[in-house]
Design a binder for this molecule. Sequence first.
Ligand SMILES: Nc1ncnc2c1ncn2[C@@H]1O[C@H](COP(=O)(O)OP(=O)(O)OP(=O)(O)O)[C@@H](O)[C@H]1O
Ligand SMILES: [Mg+2]
Length: 282
Amino acid sequence: MLDVVNLTHTYGSGPDAHRALGGIDLKVSEGELVCVVGPSGCGKSTLLRSIAGLVRPTGGEVRVKGRPVSGTPDDLAVVFQDYSRSLFPWLSVRDNVALPLRRRGLDRAARRAAAAEALAAVSLESAAAKYPWQLSGGMQQRVAIARALAYRPSLLLMDEPFGSVDAQTREDLEDLVLAVRGHHRMTIVLITHDIDESVYVGDRVVVLTRAPAVVAADLRVDLPGPRDQIATRELPAFVHLRAEVSRLVRGRPEFGPEEFNTVPPHTTTSPLVKTPSHLTKE
Ligand SMILES: Nc1ncnc2c1ncn2[C@@H]1O[C@H](COP(=O)(O)OP(=O)(O)OP(=O)(O)O)[C@@H](O)[C@H]1O
Ligand SMILES: [Mg+2]
């Protein structure tokens, strides 16, 4: 479904040039959910934007369903990290979710029905007639998720999609993504700072190094399904794997642990390495 081959990207040129991606290789099969973790600023969003055809990479290639990506592929949806700028302020929440469905050739009634269903899935049916600027940040983020899910893309790219929601909603949204993926056989690439989350939702966890980013590790998550927020996180295999990801991240000399435990001032997301939620919930 997705092939990323020796992808490199440098912003700018001359002495101010910044080499963000140092040669990323990544294959994602149809129906797989791959989580990408890595230090802040390492190039995760750059990777995602390159896959979406929004950044023209300096080198290497991205292929979706075997075809090199030049513009944005039709059958793809993106949930951007900066969700507040991804909704149209002059459209109601309902219309924001329904608008892309025009490309699916659905008539007005079908678009409204699909939007209503997606908004109900993120518990926002009562906000359908409101405008994005009338909603909290977490609610806007859920609208952006609803819009992507309603589109039913075969490839869904999500960049820190649950960064601004409370812990309970975050768990509900993780389960929603797993359910939608199961029903509609979407292929999903999900970027997160949260190691627990990456192990909980992922079929694989891909760890990136800091810039210029390369793949430091690509781990298969062999946990029994369906996953359950309490039971899965208690499994010895879960605890073992989250420790392995943490160790991998911390164990590399170029990854200072402090780098992963610091939340940069501009982010609202959790630090990459944190106490497992199953230990803090008691
Ligand atoms: N349009 C741009 N022009 C110049 N530099 C950029 C641009 N976009 C990103 N960068 C730089 O490229 C690097 C990678 O940015 P990117 O947003 O991909 O990182 P990230 O891993 O998504 O970070 P975060 O975890 O904070 O979301 C950063 O140093 C950033 O400053
Ligand atoms: Mg980013």
